[in-house]
Ligand binder design. Structure first.
Ligand code: 0CN
Ligand code: SF4
Length: 314
């Protein structure tokens, strides 16, 4: 079997930064440190940090007064920030700077007197965070069909922002529908979809032309990973989302010659290797990586974590 690895794939700069924040917090403060929500949507990442002393909670009322609390890469609502302050928590914010950028942009549109539409998936923590970062009402739109149902006059001054991990193609369709229906609407086009999401989607679209089966390494609750699997399916390739090699099923590969593998922005490269090992257990494999461009994005850590560690902590 031939295996072609997508390029780019796997960890993005926001995920690397978020994991590094938890790691450094543990070294600087000692265990436990508390993390609100999965730091990124990956069980292997979470389990690894838990073993080092991180405690994962869904809400801040599970965090003792004064403890170190880390917000996940997906961002939080203002109410969560205020709650943390009220509880005297020592906060480290691992919100991806590209998510924060959307919060800022949304607030600017509202300050300019526009009603804000958020294109995104209901219930996703990034969407809850973004809605909660904007003063006033935010209208959530999840599909083209919902554009027609918005109870707004066609000349209402509107603006839109989007979740960072959406399908570029689906978002384009929703934006086009908004532009058709409303006469005074502004927004960033699809540029709120982050570089990592866009690059992984472009790579998987190209890879889908070369392969019989596509494996996407990532978690079921990871938005960007799900979008990669959808692109494979839409390209007519049988596509599966797998957390690791244990989820790979032999029957997917009957008469298959070429398998494509990609990984969501929150999926560690060790899990890609683990999936390749699972394929090796089925027969000989020849692994290559597609030509693709290298990403050089890096984000700064919060200044609180930039102090040199004391000798005993290194
Ligand atoms: O899988 P993630 O933790 O998050 P979503 O794709 O579900 O948003 O990947 C990191 C992305 C962010 C923020
Ligand atoms: Fe940031 Fe994009 Fe990575 Fe999310 S997927 S953490 S928005 S770089």
């Amino acid at each position: 079997m031939r295996v072609i690895l997508a390029q780019p794939r796997g960890f993005c700069a926001g995920v690397v930064r978020a994991i590094e924040i938890v790691d450094r917090a543990l070294r600087q403060h000692g265990a436990p440190v508390y993390v609100r929500h999965e730091i990124v949507h990956n069980r292997h990442v979470v389990d690894n940090l838990r073993q080092k002393g991180a405690r994962f909670v869904e809400e801040l009322d599970e965090v003792p007064q004064g403890a170190v609390a880390i917000f996940s890469a997906h961002g939080v609502a203002k109410t969560v920030e205020r709650d943390a302050e009220a509880r005297g928590l020592d906060v480290l914010d691992a919100t991806c700077p590209l998510v924060t950028k959307v919060h800022v942009q949304g607030r600017q549109y509202v300050a300019a007197g526009r009603t804000l539409i958020l294109i995104g998936h209901a219930g996703h923590p990034e969407v809850e965070g973004t809605i909660g970062q904007i003063p006033g009402k935010v209208l959530l739109v999840q599909s083209e069909a919902q554009v027609a149902k918005l109870e707004l006059r066609e000349d209402t001054p509107l603006a839109y922002v989007t979740q960072t991990t959406l399908s570029v193609d689906d978002t384009r369709g929703i934006i086009d529908a908004l532009m058709r229906r409303f006469t005074d609407i502004v927004g960033p086009d699809t540029r709120d979809i982050c570089y990592a999401t866009q690059n992984r989607q472009a790579a998987v679209r190209a890879l889908s032309k070369e392969v019989d089966v596509l494996l996407v390494v990532g978690a079921t609750n990871s938005s960007n990973s799900n979008r990669l699997r959808e692109i494979g399916s839409e390209s007519g390739v049988a596509s599966y989302l797998v957390a690791d090699g244990s989820e790979v099923k032999a029957e997917w590969f009957a008469s298959v010659r070429t398998v494509g593998i990609t990984a969501g922005a929150s999926a560690p490269e060790e899990m890609v290797e683990n999936v390749i090992d699972a394929l090796r257990a089925l027969g000989p494999v020849d692994v290559t990586t597609m030509a693709g461009h290298e990403e050089k994005v890096e984000f700064k850590l919060p200044s609180k974590l930039m102090q040199p560690l004391a000798a005993r902590e290194v």
